[in-house]
Design a protein around this ligand. Sequence first.
Ligand code: CO
Ligand code: CO
Length: 353
Amino acid sequence: MMTLESKKPDATRLTQYSKGSGCGCKVAPAVLAEILSGSRAGHTIDPLLLVGNDTSDDAAVYDLGNGTALISTTDFFTPIVDDAYDYGRIAAANAISDVYAMGGRPVMAIAVMGLPVEKLPAEVAREIIRGAKDTCARAGITLAGGHTIDAPEPFFGLAVNGVVAIPDLRRNSTGQTGDALYLTKPIGTGMMATALKRGLRTAEQIRPAIEQMATLNAFGAVAAQQDYVHAMTDVTGFGLLGHLIEMCEGSGLSARLDYGQVPLLESVAELTAAYVYADNTMRNWKSYEARVTGVDGERLLTLCDPQTSGGLLIAVAPEAEEVFRLMAEEAGQPVWRVGELVQSGEKVVVVGP
Ligand code: CO
Ligand code: CO
């Protein structure tokens, strides 16, 4: 593994080249809504486009007419860690995740890269690509090409295509009243990355977070084959709260979140006690606070923590919970039950003990 320190002793670390980091560099939900607001009216919607941008879903989905659909998505961001190889692995897992979150299987990927070529040596780019290729190989796909530009801040990610049998397609907007909500990865990658960027934690200290971010959400493709899995999304830059709100609003429902059941990465408590959080945590909160109750102190910092390559959020029919847990266990996939979908109420999300 090559770190920037080892190759260029005087260079600062990869995370020092950018303002934001990981999915924390997403534009605010309110800004995104503004950007997209003009794009829906006045255009003919292609009837074969099964999922567009109207439900804030993970990827676009196009009916191929033979019972299957094409899934298309892209995701890229500024460095979340200092090590170039890890950065590549994480960015790739994060980008591919949106295919899994729709219930599909990835088929190929293209790299999207920006690099300040004056400041960073070519080995950095090579290591990022090597990391991405390793993740793609684990997903069973090839990194088939890409495009790199000279840019003031480094950024990297993939454009990914996938396929899905249409009955297995899972949206974020098809949850049903009473569904149990399951999460597949602990929360806290945003504050871990912030601690790393500020020099409060070393890469070795946040190794569990790094490995978790590099882990594929391939379980989504398996879960989607079950009829009792009603809706699915992945938790990224808008935090658990933001992506849960998207699921609720898309489904016309509310949710109860059991805070005590939300899995947190080790040492999250130390970081929240020291008020170490990503800049976008507060921005996320400002976008949601009117729609939520029961959130303060540590809860605010964890539930609004922008996740990079976060877990899947899965809505499961209540009568099938036991079967679902068994299926997850057999797949070697840890799952945490964090709440349930309920009839639409005054607040979109009610966070309980
Ligand atoms: Co997503
Ligand atoms: Co995405």
